[in-house]
Ligand binder design. Sequence first.
Ligand SMILES: *Cc1c(COP(=O)(O)O)cnc(C)c1O
Length: 411
Amino acid sequence: MNNSFPQHAALESLDVKDGCLQIGGMSLTRLVQRVGITPFYAYDRKKISERVALLRRYMPPEIQLYYAMKANPMPAVVQHLAKLVDGMDVASMGEMKVALDTPITSHRISFSGPGKRLEELRSAVASDVVINVESASEMERVVQCGEELGMLPRVSIRVNPDFELQSSGMKMGGGAKPFGIDAEQVPSLLQRISTLGLNFVGLHVFSGSQNLNTSAICEAQEKTIRLATKIAHQAGVAIPWLNIGGGLGVPYFPGQHPLDLAAVGERLHGLVYDIKQIFPNIEIAMELGRYIVAEAGIYVCRVVERKTSRGQIFLVTDGGMHHHLAASGNLGQVIRKNFPVLIGNKIHQNADDVVTIVGPLCTPLDILAEQIPVTRASIGDLVVVLQSGAYGLTASPVAFLNHPEPIEVLV
Ligand SMILES: *Cc1c(COP(=O)(O)O)cnc(C)c1O
């Protein structure tokens, strides 16, 4: 590729045969025939399994792995992951239903979200899942649901920590936040919890997301464990289970590097050892979404037009921002950067063209890649967006302009 362009980490490890991308052990062109129509998302089950295996290899053996379903709630993906992880974090009644369809026991499903409706809470109590309580008044509503149903609801408390995850793509804890209960208020709440008719299972601290900085992640994990210890001492209660969150990021943009998972694991071994000295029976969980699925997924669309405007080449495709908002740069990016994008049926050593790839929508926001080097492509060729297994279809405005929805397949 043209050396003047910054490289994507994801482009260095492609499986290519005769110039064609391979996914799930088959060529992209055959996969297109199998799916029968473009655009589509394809998720590679082997890559998902390998990701979990990598986590098992580097994380301390005591760590329970939870899958945060909002990253990719496709039922087939969730069913596949149910065989590999220890639990699921869900954030709506719809996600809870998908999790309850898997063989995972309800006690290993945790339900988070700052605005759970009464019917969601009732359904969660009746399902006997763990409710991550995010306010004192929500706790009262859970008690009420328990009384109505004659059940002892399982609850954990989601703590809004007194620190932030530094250099995080998305901060979800620290300062004033709608998520969780401020750490300062948790000890007094915990003292009341035993009198309320609730089964207290532990604490949940999620400080942020999409982090590629090893030391920032380790620091947040250390602070989380210290905070949980402090809360336990102040409240004078045992913490049976502690969910330390996740935040592990993936390289989406040029110049970003994969996380040093071995280094994260090494530090965590020490932290788990330390907290076990204080609470020998504590169970510790990590909760990951994108780290498990993002790199296992591709989005595929087809070139329907090739045109030149005032010297710039545009490839217009049958897919775009309505299917893949993140790649278009409209999902939380401040400065638009390109996801790794290539012509999947024509992968050659040298790029012939510099092109801008857009979707079919009548809006300048509908961009899949801006000014990238690619093999010369014509109508019918296949545009592939890598790193598309998380926050793809379900994070996109599919109804915008009313084009057909893309298909999803697990291969
Ligand atoms: C979104 C979310 C996650 C997953 O974040 P990723 O960056 O996909 O790993 C985990 N836990 C909670 C509470 C979340 O809201």
